[in-house]
Design a protein around this ligand. Structure first.
Ligand code: ATP
Length: 325
């Protein structure tokens, strides 16, 4: 293998740049020509591919977003789109790919490998942490810390006005961001899609808090919760609570959780996965993801990354309940 290409695809996440840098520099260190593909599969189809050098990735490790830009490509889901992508890659002599993204990106990479056989190793780039085969995904730690900073600020105003605050965090169908920011932010309650939320338990708990010494409360809601969004859940709780004159507020944190300078953890994880992806390709690995489990670099087949569900730790939910008395 002499030429490889790297791209970012799907939702961007802080630490993707550290990963790109690691792919480019490891590739060059190992004697490869490394190409960058702009805007994921979209750029692969359009032929937006260029050779990268060591200096191409200077001064990016501390930046959020992705220097290669990201996109969602409907065309890559068609056989014609993938054929054009394959022709563009082979015209440049590219023999291996590093795909940085989430499960959608890996699904595309798996289909592409099965059709055209270009070896591909993935790196888990998503803030949601919902990928099997790695303890954490690149960007998760930064997103949690961004949410935490916001929760700390909301707590100040909640306490000043004796308010009950519902804070909605990202995570799509996964509650990892909600759980970690909830524990770190001392939330009274965390609602996640992985468990059925019982409204009565929330109401009882808030009533109990009011009888005690707590005058304000923070409830963290994962965006995919089965009961609805933070505003809808707030309205339902308000109807049932003993003292409806209590002031209720909700905040949706939104895309600020996607941006910002990556934390040290995300830079280290991005760097390790990126180097692992290149070394994996050179060792003959393909159709798999380079991730970190128990602090060891591991390769997990795309089929497992896509098909298996990473579970939340029920002890973490118990922890939140116990610590919120
Ligand atoms: P995130 O979890 O942050 O949203 P993701 O990688 O899951 O990231 P998706 O939008 O689901 O993001 O997928 C990225 C791209 O992968 C899609 O836009 C599409 O081009 C490609 N892709 C996804 N599924 C398939 C598929 N079945 N066949 C071919 N390509 C696919």
């Amino acid at each position: 293998m002499k030429k490889i290409a790297v791209f970012t695809s799907g939702g961007d996440s802080p630490g993707m740049n550290a990963c790109i840098r690691a792919v480019v520099r490891t590739g060059i260190y190992r004697g490869l020509d490394v190409f960058g593909i702009n805007r994921g599969y979209e750029g692969m189809i359009e032929g937006d591919i260029y050779q990268m050098h060591s200096h191409s990735v200077s001064n990016i490790i501390q930046r959020g977003g992705t220097m290669l830009k990201s996109a969602r490509s409907m065309e890559f889901k068609t056989p014609e789109g993938r054929k054009t992508a394959y022709e563009n890659l082979t015209a440049l002599g590219i023999e291996g790919l590093v795909a940085i993204g989430g499960d959608g990106t890996f699904t595309g990479a798996k289909v592409f490998f099965e059709e055209y056989g270009i070896p591909t190793v993935g790196c888990p780039g998503t803030i949601d942490n919902d990928i099997y085969g790695t303890d954490y995904t690149i960007g998760f730690d930064t997103a949690v810390n961004t949410a935490l900073e916001a929760i700390d600020k909301i707590r100040d105003t909640a306490a000043a006005h004796d308010r009950i605050f519902f804070v909605e965090v990202m995570g799509r169908d996964a509650g990892f961001i909600a759980i970690e920011s909830g524990i770190g932010g001392g939330a009274e309650f965390v609602m996640v899609p992985e468990t059925q939320t019982d409204l009565n338990t929330v109401v009882e708990s808030l009533n109990r808090h009011r009888e005690g010494i707590k005058s304000s409360s923070i409830i963290v809601v994962a965006e995919g919760d089965d009961l609805g969004n933070a505003g809808q859940i707030m309205a339902m709780v308000k109807e049932k609570i003993d003292n409806p004159s209590k002031e209720f507020k909700f905040t949706t944190l939104g895309h600020i959780q996607r941006g910002g300078a990556p934390t040290a953890r995300d830079r280290v994880l991005g760097s390790r996965c990126g180097m692992g992806a290149v070394d994996g390709l050179l060792a003959g690995k393909t159709n798999c993801m380079s991730g970190v489990m128990n602090n060891e670099l591991v390769y997990t087949p795309f089929a497992d990354c896509i098909g298996k569900t990473k579970s939340i730790n029920p002890d973490h939910l118990a922890l939140i309940e116990i610590l919120s008395i």
